[in-house]
Design a binder for this molecule. Structure first.
Ligand code: AMP
Ligand code: GLY
Length: 430
């Protein structure tokens, strides 16, 4: 089922996830324009913002583009799919109503409840109910997670281990968000986390390989949370039993739930899951590919992403199959020194990319061109990805290459893909 005609498509976004998406869609036969893109993604258009829909529309009309693929959540939450509804330009990604699965923690928790999706117990509060939340946190001995109800770029979640920490989290929450807001208090779960990402038309889903992110800055899962310091796939301990439990307890009820909601959902759907002793529990939905998960999942995907996207939009997802390449993929983020603090220096020249082993993929995240020179422009500068027949082989290859890319104060986490194999006990207790 190869596309008959060459396709020109627009991809919205400008990080390493979008570089990986553009790379894959180009291999699948498309010409990909990336708005705004970055200093390393071919066909980037830095003057066009991904949320300036009239400018995106003019670009599409000028270049005869009939398909827009969306990388990050912001354009979806801002209604890019609704904006183009009724035009002859199709958007791969949910409408604003569907994007609320990610953009509101309260809404998505209620969705999980309504549809019997396995998740942590939780209590919902408004910003004028902090005292009640404090009392509940004390009752749970501070073993709670506080979640702000909105897109907070990874900054709205506070995982607490004591009453004092929970008190502090509620104080910080109040200080950081002005005006009226809602938040959740959740029971704190334990267990390894896994990312399950699929392509769905709202009725069926095609799952990509299970992957694992490394969200914390420092080795051993220590330090502050980041957007993700590296990822790998597939996950060796995610065996058929675990994947079957995830399917039954989380993925299938989600799809049944989507069918009963008054909106269509065509796009990527990301399940952030914790394998707790009580079984897999859903921590969050995202309505997009993960970053940095996409940077390993897309090289691992043998099937055409372009065909999967078109089949989804055409209502033909049932006719597709997802083929994976054998072996393991590991992606390590090269970050700017100081990230993820609010401010850190950027603008440093990047060198050494020409020296990378030809089998290494380098996806640019935060780079820009400045007077003919590639320089850093943000926190997660680049992701290097290696393949190996065994996970260890991919890990060794990527770490033998990361030192070749240089910029001032570059930081890499040293243990991507090297977590000890966890004990998963729930097969016995379920
Ligand atoms: P979220 O944005 O909801 O996925 O939360 C971000 C991170 O907070 C997750 O990746 C987990 O590491 C942690 N987290 C969220 N909810 C819980 C929970 N109920 N129990 C323990 N950790 C959690
Ligand atoms: N890697 C986590 C995320 O994309 O939200």
């Amino acid at each position: 089922m190869k596309s008959a005609t060459p396709k020109t498509i627009v991809l919205l976004g400008g990080g390493a996830r979008e570089h990986a998406m553009a790379w894959k869609l180009t291999r699948d036969g498309a010409t990909v324009h990336v708005l705004p893109g970055n200093g390393g993604i071919p066909n980037s258009h830095p003057d066009i913002s991904a949320t300036d829909f009239p400018a995106v529309q003019s670009f599409c009309e000028a270049h005869d583009v009939k398909l827009i693929v969306v990388g990050p959540e912001a354009p979806l939450a801002a209604g890019v799919t609704d904006y183009f509804a009724g035009s002859d330009i199709r958007v791969f990604g949910p409408s604003r109503a569907g994007a609320v699965l990610e953009s509101s923690k309260v809404w998505s928790k209620n969705f999980m409840r309504r549809h019997g999706v396995a998740t942590a117990m939780s209590w919902q509060y408004r910003s004028d109910q902090l005292d009640e939340a404090r009392a509940k946190a004390a009752e749970l001995d501070g073993q709670v997670v506080v979640k702000y109800d909105g897109l907070a770029a990874g900054k709205g979640v506070y995982v607490c281990s004591s009453i004092a920490e929970a008190e502090q989290a509620l104080t910080d929450l109040q200080a950081e968000h002005t005006g009226w807001f809602s938040f959740l208090l959740e029971e704190k779960l334990t267990g390894p986390e896994i990312s399950i990402i699929g392509i769905t038309d709202g009725n069926r889903i095609r799952l990509l390989a299970p992957s694992q992110d490394h969200k914390q800055l420092l080795a051993g899962d220590k330090g502050p949370n980041t957007g993700g310091m590296g990822a790998y796939c597939p996950v060796p301990f995610a065996d058929d039993n675990i994947l079957a439990a995830i399917r039954t307890d989380i993925v299938d009820p989600t799809l049944l739930g989507l069918q009963s909601e008054p909106f269509d959902f065509k796009g990527f759907l990301y399940f952030g899951i914790m394998l707790s002793p009580q079984g897999p529990k859903l921590l969050e939905y995202n309505v997009r590919l993960g970053d940095p998960e996409a940077e390993v999942l897309l090289p691992a995907l043998e099937s055409s992403l372009l065909e999967l996207i078109e089949a989804t939009l055409d209502g033909n997802l049932a006719q597709t199959t997802v083929w994976q390449r054998p072996g393991y993929y590991v992606g390590v983020v090269l970050a700017s020194g100081g990230y993820p603090a609010a401010k850190f220096p950027t603008g440093f020249p990047i060198t050494g990319l020409d020296e990378l082993h030809p089998n290494i993929l380098a996806f640019h995240g935060a780079t820009r061109q400045q007077g003919g020179q590639l320089v850093t422009s943000g926190g997660r500068v680049m992701v290097l990805v290696a393949h190996g027949q065994e996970l260890e082989e991919a890990v060794q290859l990527v770490y033998s290459e990361v030192g070749k890319v240089n910029f001032q104060d570059a930081y890499i986490r040293s243990d991507i893909g090297q977590r000890p194999t966890p004990e998963i006990a729930f097969n016995q207790v379920r």
